[in-house]
Design a protein around this ligand. Sequence first.
Ligand SMILES: [Zn+2]
Length: 250
Amino acid sequence: MILRRMINNLRSQNWVGLSLELIVLVVGVFLGLQVDDWNEGRKDREDEQLFIERLHGDMLNAEALSARLRDRRMIRRDYAVQAADVLFGRTERRELSELECTAAIATEYFNFNAVGLPALAELISSGRMAILQDNELRAALVGLQQVRTALATLIVVNSERGTSLSSKFVDLVQLEAYTSQDDGDVQQIMTCDTEGMRNNQSFLNNFSTNLDRYDGYIRDGVAPWSAQMDKVHRLIDQALGISHNAEASP
Ligand SMILES: [Zn+2]
C-alpha cells in the first residue's frame, strides 16, 4: 500500500507527499525495532530473575551436600600440621593425639565432591550469561567455574601421586572402621605408633610429601572454591533480597 502511494507520488512528482511517505516508512520501521528490543529486554529480565532464583536453590543444595566434607578436609589440614610438629620434635609433646593421628594418615585422602550448580551450567551452555545485569555476580560465577576446575585438577593429580600411608606402613598405623552415631557415616579410628613413625625415615619422608600436597590441595583448591561459593551465595542473596540471619532468628 505505502509502496504504491510512493510510486504514485513519484510519477506525479509530488515531492512533499513522497517525503511524508518516506518519513512514515522510516518511523514505522524504527518503532517496530524498538518494540522488538523492548520485548526481548523484558524476556531477558524475566529469565534473569528465574535464573537467579534457581541458582539460589542449587547453591543451598550444593552447600548441604559438601559442607560436612569441606569442613572436615580443612580442619584436618591444621591437625596434620600439628602432627608434623609432634613427629619432628617441634613441640613438648611426644605423642600424637587421636585427631592428629587421623589427620596425618588422612593426608592421603583427596576425594571431594565440589557440587556444581546446574542452573549455571545451563546458562553457560546456552550462551546466555549476558542476561545477568549484575557485573559482580557474573564475574563471581565465572570465577567459581575456574576455581572448581582447578580443584578438580588438584584432586586428580594428587590422588594419582599421593602415598597411602595406611597401606605402606601397616606396622605404624592401624585402621578400624565404625559407623558414626551422629550421621550414620562410616569413619575410621586410626591408631598411630608415634615413636615408630618418628624413627622411620621412609614414613617421615612420605608423610612430609603427603602433607605438602594436602596443604596445596586445601590452599589452592578447597579453600578458594569454598570462599568463592560463599561470595556467589552472598551476591545471590543480595539480588533476591534474602537474609538467612533473619530467617534463622525467631
Ligand atoms: Zn541464600
